[in-house]
Each structure stands twice: as structure tokens, then as C-alpha cells.
Design a protein around this ligand. Structure first.
Ligand code: PB1
Ligand code: ZN
Length: 328
């Protein structure tokens, strides 16, 4: 056989197979999305997200203590206020007694080394459930939305968040948040992770169930990217790099590996995050439950495809299992 035809000699052993990846998944690459509700003693299972719960602030030690011991390095907080008075402006988003700010303060005290990121959006706090302010005709009112998002981001930074991550997709919010952080004295103390290429995906259903954040009417197609929009995604990534984002994110992940690769090409000097969203997680769990594949094998195969595409930070609900699987 011709010499150039032989490849199998390079990976015939488990160790030489482990050398074939440019980067391998490590615990520090995992960021765990968690839901914080405003009942301080709550531990409520989320049916559409197997193994995930809404947690009250008083339960965070019971919840995260064991994971920190196993090597959990970072979380991203999502507020799930069930008792607040939602309004057109998302007033409860930066309530100092709200679940997110209370959780930031609690976690900074409990686990000084744990990296605390906060999702920043208005949809969980607005009466209409959209991620921004609305004009009377139901379209997004950009300027006041951006001002409000920046205000909320600064309040989380002041409460002690290491990172703010605006998932709203309002145009210009990265520049506005960066400006607010700098003017507020947090430009060097809080990381800005932009959901730059975030698509209007069908894969957010379980999250919206969990967070009660579905829009009261219409959809988010006028501010989340069309799934076919490779050009818009590339332009959004370049825009956010220029507006001062410290980390670029692509979301969802598996159906958008090409966009992750584009982001790695367009922003080679930035950390690159991707979010394995609720619907992706639920799909992998459902397939395993149906006996289509082994859960652990498929969890690794999906997340390692994101690493191969160029991601250096993975937001995934599989984080607790990966802490065990990577230890084994
Ligand atoms: N701010 C929007 C929330 C949002 C998507 C959506 O509901 O449109 C995501 C959270 N950042 C959903 C994440 C997920 O599905 O896991
Ligand atoms: Zn939102």
C-alpha cells in the first residue's frame, strides 16, 4: 500500500488518539447556567430540563457546594422572578432585593474563587416579555432599551459580578454597557461577554418554560438573527469586537458550528464562548433516554465539536456531569 494512504498508524492507541485534538475540553472551559428564583428557599425541578432546578438564594450552598468541590469554576446567573411586578420597562431587573443581585452577593461570599457571570436582559422582567422596550406599534424602541440594559449591567457589576452578558440583542448595547462600566468605575473590574451571534432559534423552549420568559405576543425574530444569516452573524461579531466586547459568544451551538468557526476567524484574539442552549441539552437527554446513544458519549461528542470549531468557553447544562466525567 502507498505510504501516504496509511493514517491508522497515527491513532491506533488511546493515548495517540488523545493527541489528535488541537484543544481538549477542561473543567475551566465550562460555565454552568443556573436559575435563581425569588423564593429564597426554593428548589423547584424544571421538567423540560432534566436534572436542572430553579434555586432560591438560601439553597445555593446546598446546590453549588458539591460542584465547587468537584472543580466548578464559573456560573452564569439567570433571574427567575415569580413574585415581582413586571412592567413595560423591566423595573425589577436591577432590584437590589431581587434574586440576581442577592445571589451575586451570596456567591461572592460563599465561594470567593467562583467566577460569577450574569445574563443581562429585560425579558424576565417586562410585562410583555420582550428583551427590550417597545414602541406603541410593538416594534423595539432601541435607544431607551440600550440605556436600560446598560443600567442593569452596571448594577450587577456593582453588586460584584465578574462578568455581565447581555442576551438582549439590542443594537449598540455593547458600546453602551462598556461606556457605563467605564464611567461607573468598573471598566477594569467587570468582563463584558457579548451574545454577539444569537439566532432566533427553536431551541429556547425549555429555558422559556424555566424562566417564564416567553414573549407575551409575537416573537424575537426582529432582534435575534435569522438562522440562515451567516453574513449578519459575521457583521454582528465584528461590530461587538469594535464596540469593546471582551468575550464573543455564539448561541445556540450545535446547529451553528460554522458560525463558531467564523467567530474564531473574525475574532482570533478574543475568548470565544458558545451556549449549548436548553433545547440542545434536552435533545441530547431525550435521545439518550430513547436509547439512540449513550448520554455521556453524545454529551462529549456535541461539546467537543464546539471546541473543534473554535470555542474556548462552553455554557452548558451538562456542566455538573462533565465535572464527574472529566475526573474519571
Ligand atoms: N434573553 C433571552 C433568553 C434566551 C433566549 C430566548 O428565550 O429568546 C436564552 C438565555 N440567554 C435562552 C437560553 C437557553 O435556551 O438555554
Ligand atoms: Zn431576553
Amino acid at each position: 500500500m502507498d505510504i501516504s494512504s496509511i493514517l491508522q498508524g497515527g491513532y491506533q492507541h488511546p493515548l495517540s488518539r488523545s493527541w489528535q485534538g488541537r484543544r481538549t475540553l477542561t473543567k475551566s472551559m465550562l460555565m454552568y447556567p443556573i436559575f435563581i428564583t425569588d423564593d429564597p428557599d426554593a428548589r423547584v425541578e424544571i421538567k423540560s430540563l432534566p436534572g436542572q432546578c430553579r434555586w432560591g438564594v438560601n439553597k445555593l450552598e446546598e446546590f453549588l457546594g458539591p460542584l465547587v468541590k468537584k472543580g466548578l469554576k464559573s456560573v452564569i446567573l439567570f433571574g427567575v422572578p415569580l413574585k415581582c411586578n413586571k412592567d413595560e420597562k423591566g423595573t425589577p431587573a436591577d432590584d437590589p432585593e431581587g434574586p440576581v443581585i442577592l445571589a451575586i452577593k451570596k456567591l461572592r461570599t460563599l465561594y470567593p474563587d467562583l467566577y460569577i457571570a450574569c445574563d443581562v436582559c429585560l425579558c424576565e422582567y417586562t410585562s410583555h416579555g420582550h428583551c427590550g422596550f417597545l414602541n406603541p406599534d410593538g416594534t423595539i424602541d432601541i435607544e431607551p432599551s440600550v440605556t436600560r440594559i446598560a443600567q442593569v449591567a452596571l448594577s450587577y457589576a456593582k453588586a460584584g459580578a465578574h462578568c455581565v452578558a447581555p442576551s438582549d440583542m439590542m443594537d449598540g448595547r455593547i458600546k453602551a454597557i462598556k461606556r457605563a462600566l467605564i464611567d461607573g468605575g468598573y471598566g477594569n473590574r467587570c468582563t463584558l461577554m457579548s451574545y454577539s451571534a444569537k439566532f432566533a432559534s427553536a431551541l429556547y423552549g425549555p429555558f422559556r418554560d424555566a424562566a417564564g420568559s416567553a414573549p407575551a405576543f409575537g416573537d424575537r425574530k426582529c432582534y435575534q438573527l435569522p438562522p440562515a444569516a451567516k453574513g449578519l452573524a459575521r457583521r454582528a461579531i465584528t461590530r461587538d469586537v469594535n464596540e469593546g466586547a471582551d468575550i464573543i459568544m455564539v448561541k445556540p451551538s450545535l446547529p451553528y458550528l460554522d458560525i463558531i468557526a467564523d467567530a474564531a476567524e473574525l475574532a482570533p484574539d478574543h475568548p470565544l464562548a458558545c451556549y449549548q442552549v436548553s433545547g440542545e441539552y434536552a435533545m441530547v437527554c431525550a435521545g439518550a433516554a430513547a436509547g439512540v446513544y449513550d448520554l455521556r458519549v453524545m454529551a462529549f461528542e456535541t461539546v467537543e465539536s464546539m471546541v473543534r470549531a473554535g470555542a474556548t468557553l462552553i455554557l452548558t447544562y451538562f456542566t455538573p456531569q462533565f465535572l464527574d466525567w472529566l475526573e474519571a
